[in-house]
Design a binder for this molecule. Structure first.
Ligand SMILES: [Zn+2]
Length: 301
């Protein structure tokens, strides 16, 4: 009985993304709750508050963008900075998987403002789509380094689509992510400049999405509060921090190194393989090395 109850609660509080279109066809929007996946990212990578918050925003933004794609189409967002943070990476697949990491200097001032962490840099968006042989890539300069402004700037500059982006993260007293979420609203070709500026004006007074989630509101209720027009829901599905890495995949990559390199790894006891995307550690045992060397010998003959 108790198990059922906690199961129901887990499903109720799971992260979800929702997309919708306005009934007049002039705007589309995505709304996401990304609290759990952000907390998992923070815990996997053992991140201090601000690098965790920025990674969370990027994971949130990537998941929102992926929600407008289909099947296993993907979005990769990368922010490269010149200050404490050198790189933030997030990759989201439309099916509800997202993963990512952040590279930062360990000695940093946690009291600095969030947008000081990246400094000057670039914001890169890659879309991996079914009907395109190559990824579609757009690069803009960082606008503020807070991810929300950078993403909105990318849409305006690179895709020429007026887009309002709100990404938000809340932390507890220990610097652990409590809630994370966001929404974006895009003008479709039928929207007039007047309608767009009126919408922007209305959105200025939107409540913080993390405050809505902290009241245990579900994504449908939060959407009703945030979206200031009549709409029809297009998608509503679960999202999770998920990485498709496996020991087998790592081992097959090692085969490209060649036999001498593998022998060197074995002799130096370099048996640990770490996934940069999810920070999972894999270990090679004696048998793995023997198999690798035998396989390479077979290839070389
Ligand atoms: Zn991984």
């Amino acid at each position: 009985m108790q198990d059922n109850k906690s199961k129901i609660k887990e499903i109720k509080l799971a992260d979800r993304v929702l997309t919708l279109i306005s009934k007049d066809g002039k705007f589309r929007a995505g709304v996401i709750k990304s609290s759990n996946l952000s907390r998992i990212a923070q815990s996997n990578h053992k991140l201090p508050p601000i690098p965790a918050s920025l990674l969370s925003r990027l994971l949130t933004g990537a998941s929102l963008m992926a929600a407008f794609l289909k099947g296993e189409e993907r979005i990769i967002l990368e922010a490269t900075g010149s200050h404490t943070i050198k790189k933030i990476f997030a990759e989201a697949i439309q099916v509800g998987e997202v993963r990512g990491f952040v590279e930062y200097e360990a000695n940093h001032n946690d009291n600095a403002s969030i947008s000081d962490f990246l400094g000057n840099g670039l914001f890169k968006v890659s879309k991996i789509l079914y009907n395109k042989a190559e990824p579609i890539v757009g690069i803009v300069e960082l606008k503020k380094g807070d991810i929300s402004s950078d993403l909105a700037y990318y849409f305006q500059k690179s895709e020429q689509i007026p887009t309002a982006v709100f990404l938000d993260v809340s932390l507890d007293d220990y610097g652990i992510i409590e809630h994370s979420g966001g929404f974006l609203i895009q003008a479709l070709p039928g929207a007039s400049d007047k309608e767009i500026s009126e919408l922007y004006h209305t959105l200025k007074n939107s409540p913080k999405i993390t405050e809505l989630f902290s009241n245990e509101m579900n994504i449908e209720d939060v959407t009703r509060v945030l979206i200031p027009f009549d709409y029809e829901i297009l998608k509503n599905y679960r999202v999770d921090f998920y990485c498709r890495c496996s020991k087998e995949k790592f081992v097959s990559k090692l085969l490209t190194l060649g036999i001498d390199e593998i022998k060197k790894m074995k002799n130096n006891n370099h048996n640990e393989l770490i996934c940069i995307y999810c920070n999972k550690h894999y270990y090679l045992d004696e048998q793995d090395f023997t198999n690798l060397i035998n396989e390479l010998k077979a290839i070389e003959n």
